[in-house]
Design a protein around this ligand. Structure first.
Ligand SMILES: [Zn+2]
Length: 324
């Protein structure tokens, strides 16, 4: 065993909290106010309140003003009477810091055309995250995942009857009274881990066949049923790169609304530098020194490029560079 494995000072064990850089799609500005979801009277009165805000989505693109400064376009309840149709798919997102109830909703094509004329565009969630700061992208992530889940689950998986939204859109229930099964929004956990050499000087990066351009990143994989986060990290690394790891440390997580993934970022300390890359899973993987990784972030490598700041991998790798 390498003696350096015991040297935990070389291992970035400190995760991100409120003091760290903001990971895109986290830090929502809304109070989810789950206590209000059960209050049918409260919900009904706020659905029709003139101040209530609706965030329209068209083809899962979010409405944004085409102003010099990018901003979400919120439609007020009072505007709905002006021929703007809001479908009954509206889901409750939460309450803003000025006390206003906020919903997201799909809109019909006629409404989309009316809004386009008013200089409102519909932007995919990746572009929205690149343009929005201070937690507004988290609202887009919440809304997109929730609206997509509703549209994908019109029928009961137990009996085949129709399902309908309940609790302000936070769940659906089978309409067959003999069945009555309740289903909850799906979240798919993925572990993404930066493997670090025992001496802290190298990290493991690789390419999936589907990666765009010159991108290299930390390895990742879906968790399986009955598996802990640490077990998923160890299994994926063995499967994909033939790497055995000692310590596994949680770093931070990120909602990834395509459609409803939860990225769970970890660091893992390699037992040694041996690799046995599974070419069914990866194009390749290799160790990069700190200098090589710094060159990636400086875009000084003609062959490879680093993950962009929208991705949790970017923050994992930068954290290692800074703290190991
Ligand atoms: Zn059913």
């Amino acid at each position: 065993m390498n003696k350096n494995i015991k040297d935990s000072t070389k291992f970035p064990v400190h995760g991100l909290d409120r003091e760290g850089p903001r990971i895109p799609y986290t830090g929502s500005l809304l109070d989810r106010a789950d206590r209000n979801r059960e209050d049918a009277h409260w919900l009904e009165s706020h659905r029709h309140h003139p101040d209530t805000r609706y965030l329209p989505f068209w083809d899962l693109g979010v409405a944004m003003c085409r102003n010099p400064d990018p901003e979400l376009y919120w439609c007020r309840g009072r505007d709905l009477s002006d021929g703007l149709a809001i479908e009954d798919t509206a889901v409750f997102l939460g309450i803003s810091d000025d006390g206003v109830a906020c919903f997201a909703t799909l809109i019909d094509e006629a409404t989309q055309r009316k809004l386009e004329v008013q200089n409102v565009g519909f932007v995919d969630a990746r572009s929205a995250a690149a343009q929005l700061e201070d937690g507004r992208a988290a609202i887009v992530a919440q809304a997109r995942s929730l609206l997509n889940w509703h549209s994908q689950n019109p029928f009961c998986t137990r009996c085949g009857s129709r399902t309908s939204p309940q609790m302000a859109g936070s769940q659906r229930a089978c309409t067959d009274t003999d069945c009555g099964v309740v289903i909850f929004p799906r979240i798919d956990p993925v572990v993404i881990m930066l493997v670090v050499s025992a001496d802290g000087e190298h990290c493991l990066l690789g390419r999936n066949p589907g990666y765009p351009g010159r991108l290299v990143s930390a390895l990742a994989g879906y968790m399986e049923p009955g598996e802990s986060i640490e077990e998923a990290v160890r299994r994926e690394l063995l499967e994909e790169a033939g790497v055995s790891v000692k310590a596994v440390r949680y770093f931070t997580s990120q909602p990834w609304p395509f459609p409803a993934t939860l990225m769970i970022g970890c660091f893992a300390m390699a037992e040694d530098l041996e690799l046995d890359v599974n070419l069914q899973e990866l194009e390749w993987a290799q160790w990069f020194s700190k200098k090589e990784v710094e060159a990636l972030f400086a875009d000084q490598n003609e062959e490879f490029s680093a993950p962009r700041s929208i991705a949790i991998a970017h923050h994992l790798i930068k954290h290692w560079l800074k703290h190991s």
